[in-house]
Design a protein around this ligand. Structure first.
Ligand code: ATP
Length: 313
């Protein structure tokens, strides 16, 4: 498959504040990787270094095989960047905007096709000043895609979207996978990361604190599944091997990492003893639970926020 991004021992300080403290990161070609972390964790600093917009202090970085600090213009052609906010030229139509950007690239995608991919084909002749917020974000993505990039950086692509616009954006980002692009996605929405990413990397306090699939991360923090049920007061006690506890009102609860065998044992016992397990529920930890546990652990280990000198980036 090959590697799109390779980072070893990356460091960056602002004055005497160490914002990135020696991180390693690999992103495979064709992969969607979510880069998560609390405010001030070092995401933007890292990504700007990968994009070639910020100089690193130390470490090795290869993006599409090239050191971004010394990248030629032809390298930039292969990279699409969607920032949190951008302002298209108001008097141009959506199609004209995309066509204008296409002219900057050696091997652009046809502008009409790009509008199709991002779901803006129906608004191709609309002036950009008349586009809604959600449509403007689609146009941002179209502008990033028209150069036919092999790697796309998506910075909080759905911040401020209503729920249906978010779902539509997810379809759009999924379509990038089909085009074979590699995507590095930052987001503060855990459901978005869970839905879109092949793998997740969590940074806190300038260090990578976890990496893997959502399930790998859950294992890392030891987050178990909770099974709950209510049973009538006169029901026999559940088998002690289940390790469940009960409150005074007939609600039983257990936690397990072996959900299927545990449910099998519980429901088998209930059938054998004719016990009605009302309100049976199985709650797997969400990525949000896992993320909070991971970033809380880090907060306990050291500061995650810098002094904030220099204000905005
Ligand atoms: P957010 O989710 O809020 O965008 P982030 O993870 O992207 O946060 P960075 O923007 O990389 O975090 O910032 C990391 C740390 O470096 C923060 O403590 C921030 O205050 C500090 N920092 C960032 N840019 C500068 C700068 N130009 N000068 C001084 N400090 C900076």
């Amino acid at each position: 498959m090959g590697t799109a991004i390779e980072v070893r021992g990356l460091t960056k300080a602002y004055g005497d504040f160490q914002a990135v403290r020696g991180i390693d990161l690999d992103v495979d070609r064709g992969e969607i990787l979510a880069f998560l972390g609390p405010n001030g964790a070092g995401k933007t600093t890292t990504i700007e270094i990968l994009e070639g917009y910020r100089q690193r202090d130390g470490g090795e970085v290869r993006v599409l095989g090239v050191d971004p600090a010394e990248a030629p213009l032809s390298w930039r052609d292969q990279i699409g960047i969607v920032l949190q906010e951008s302002e298209p030229v108001p008097e141009l139509t959506a199609l004209e905007s995309v066509a204008m950007h296409a002219a900057y690239y050696a091997d652009p995608r046809p502008p009409g096709e790009v509008l199709e991919i991002v779901g803006l084909a129906d608004s191709a002749e609309q002036r950009t000043r008349k586009l809604s917020g959600g449509q403007k974000r689609r146009l941002d993505l179209a502008l990033a895609l028209v150069g036919n990039p092999r790697l796309v950086f998506l910075d909080e692509p759905t911040t401020g979207f209503d729920p249906s616009a978010r779902r539509e954006s997810w379809d759009m980002i999924d379509a990038l996978r089909d085009l074979g692009s590699t995507v590095l996605l930052t987001t503060h929405y855990m459901d978005e990361a869970e839905q879109l990413a092949d793998r997740i990397v969590v940074i806190a306090g300038g260090r990578i604190v976890a990496r893997g699939t959502a399930a790998d991360l859950a294992r890392q923090v030891g987050a178990s599944t909770t099974i709950r049920w209510r049973a009538p007061g006169d029901a026999p006690a559940p088998p002690s091997g289940l390790g469940s506890s009960a409150d005074g009102e007939g609600t039983h609860e257990l936690t397990t990492d072996d959900v299927v065998p545990t449910l099998h044992a519980l429901t088998g016992w209930a059938l054998d003893h004719d016990v009605d397990l009302s309100d049976l529920s199985v709650n797997r930890p969400t990525l949000e639970d896992v993320y909070l546990a991971l970033t809380d652990q880090d907060a306990a280990d050291g500061p995650t926020h810098g002094p904030g000198e220099g204000g905005a980036r």
